[in-house]
Write a protein that binds this ligand. Sequence first.
Ligand code: NAP
Length: 512
Amino acid sequence: MAESPRHPFLQGLSKHRGAPPTVVVIFGASGDLTARKLIPAVYNLSVDGLLPADFYLVGYGRKAIPDDEFRTLASEAIKEFSRRELNEADWARIAAHTTYVAGGYDDKAAFDRLAAHIAGIEKNIGREVQTLFYISTPPSVFGPILQNLGASGLAGKYVGKGHHAKVIIEKPFGRDLASALELNATIRGVFAEHQVYRIDHYLGKETVQDLLVQRFANAIFEPLWNRNFIESVQITVAEEVGVGTRGGYYEQSGCLRDMIQNHTMQLLALTAMEPPVAYEAEAIRDEKVKVLKAIQPLNLGAGGDVARAQYVAGMIAGKAVPGYLEEEGIAPNSATETYAAIRLSINNWRWQGVPFYLRSGKRMARRVSEIAINFRRPPGTLFAESDGFNLAANTLSFQIQPDEGLSLILNTKIPGLETRTQPVKMSFRYSTTFGSNTPEAYERLVLDAMIGDGTLFIRGDEAETSWKLYTPVLEAWAAAGREGMDTYAAGSWGPPGGDALLARKGHLWRQP
Ligand SMILES: NC(=O)c1ccc[n+]([C@@H]2O[C@H](COP(=O)([O-])OP(=O)(O)OC[C@H]3O[C@@H](n4cnc5c(N)ncnc54)[C@H](OP(=O)(O)O)[C@@H]3O)[C@@H](O)[C@H]2O)c1
């Protein structure tokens, strides 16, 4: 069967983004993330010609899975989840280099077997290769895996030789400041920071990367990107789904840990940071940490900076859905928030006085993630709402999902003999301009880790700075239990407490 054509965006890319010979080892290879994202990412990178000829995939897990069965599971995963259909010729190339090693995560002897397996691959091909370890297990075994990578010598292999080991770590990076510090200490005891790739898949999304291009490759935005012209910034990560079958997991997490502390803070950091001196990992991450450190501690009192709520029964897409407390695996008196909204103040020269509003929730009116920059209004000497003109504040919004793109709200004259105005939306959609089927976030991120580019990954101090801000909130909410817990109907845009957070400054949430 013929091989699939390469995506036109990627023509000419392979030379400068070509990865060196690599063995990717996935811990937790029988899991959900491996099937839904990691295997399809590897497949699509291969089809696009971005994997080296000497690319090897090794699954690792406690379950004993024969090589053949693992390859079947992988091909099934591609059939079900890949953006491209499985093409046998393309798959055969990867399948020939795909194997599985069974072992415990706290079993040093099993890691020695893994090391011998990798050494066997190197012996077969007659050269040294870099190893990329992808830790895709629940966080309870991150520590043992890291320690055994150290003890077996796999973490320190070839350090200083240019094809040293690298490790990708899935979220969550801790559940509060103390556990994040502990995890980082474990990581640093085994790997140097430049070997570590903490993943937040939001950073692999097109619009998020485009934010930097929009800000720093266009002359019209950056001069306005400050407290003189911007009234407020709103960052929304809304989900339509409830907790589904993952109630047990969600009860231990909640919205603040699951979404706010990581994804929305990453979006905020890229929106608010100063221009980095270079388009390069450390320069960008230095600026992100600087702006995160300028955020003021949150006021947790009544009328303060935080709101939380749980969804109650409501309607989603015309269908009645249960409330959070009625979902499977949820304690009847659960105090886990399914919605959180935060008002942040960044105390630096650029942003002092400009509120940054973050919100996230399950079972909201629509699935949407966006960053909206609300500009101040011009003087109303010619056109003012008080004179009957229909006007809106200019808003630049970056839509991250679904239907990635950006739009700008402008005020326009309605054609006709009278001067009447109306806000209109100028939109750009990636799919319309560039076609659909663009690479998925995990493709970009796995490739970047292979070639050693940490720009789109979270550095240890970023994660710690964010936990430092939110740990007092988590502690206060845990101490309060259900007291003060707001509610919102499934299918709505959130609770009254979330609206009140903005109303205190005369603002309203956008309905994206
Ligand atoms: N799924 C997603 O969409 C998603 C999205 C973002 C981030 N993540 C993160 O990615 C990681 C993996 O997620 P996942 O959904 O793939 O997890 P998962 O399916 O629950 O677990 C992955 C694998 O880890 C092993 N495992 C499961 N529970 C374990 C336990 N208690 N102790 C030791 N090993 C255990 C199992 O393999 P064996 O039994 O064969 O060892 C399992 O197949 C997690 O850290 C998660 O937070 C997932």
